[in-house]
Design a binder for this molecule. Sequence first.
Ligand SMILES: [Mn+2]
Length: 344
Amino acid sequence: MDASATLARLQRIAEDCDAAFSDERLNRLKSSTTAGDTGSTFAGIRTLLGMPYQEGLAGVDIALIGVPTDSGVTNRSGARFGPTAVRQISSVVGGPLHHVSRIVPQDLCRIADCGDVAIEQLYELGAAIAEIRAFYERVKDAGVTPISVGGDHSISYPILQALGRDEPLGLVHIDAHCDTCGALGGSKFHHGGPFRNAALAGALDPERTIQIGIRGRAEPYWDFSYRSGMTVLHIEECRQLGMERLVDRVRQVVGDGPTYLSIDVDGIDPAYAPGTGTPETGGFRPDEVQAIVRALRGCKLVGADVVELAPPYDNASQTTALVAATMMWEALCVIADSLHGAGR
Ligand SMILES: [Mn+2]
């Protein structure tokens, strides 16, 4: 082929590329209002993963929800700004197409940013927990699957109470901390105890719970995990297993039953996720957590959260917000697929 024929061929390819995506699903989305829009991504009002904002849950399959509270932290506060930071960085994170799984969540499900849980009694931990639970009871009643961004980790307890009210859920929990501690400072509703609370409430099945990436000085507080039958894998054990056997173990523990996914950004090494209240050196790389979430494809996921993003400790590049938003996107893909896709 001579040079001019080659250029003509490339010109035709370029025109075809401009006319339509080779993936037909993306062409369908292009005509809708949000996804597939290649215009300005820096203008307009930011939403979680760029999904359309709506008041209420009507017509939604998957609700992205902010839970801006950090009244339950044991040390450095700031996670109340997590949802705002994820919305901000969402202009550069998300779909429409997952580059590995080829999942297009919006082609499978109706997805919306349903705003933030409005907590009135912020300084009364038990009451705040009850308000969050009431919100997620409505989500459950509506048949909507929630993907939440905290907020500190205390929010996972009322979410699990609502989602696990009919039968105890399995749990994939990525974190430096097991978060199964008892009462501290006069309350059991702090961010170090949601999974003990959920198990005691009958919403979480310890035998189908796996906690991975655990490390650091809070180790003495996790006896409840060991004694109740939760599977605890310290970061060193995860490294020893390697990713392939690690994800096998995860799937083996949670099995076929309904399962919740909870990602504390401090499960990831502070080199990649410095913006968090209780950082612990020696954690996962972000791509390892992405691999774990992707491996949940085909599991019966009933919801997910990403918590403990504390923007005041993040760097100017919003590294931690980027990681948190990316994990939400990874969770959205596997959940959309498990609801209405090939992984159903
Ligand atoms: Mn943690």
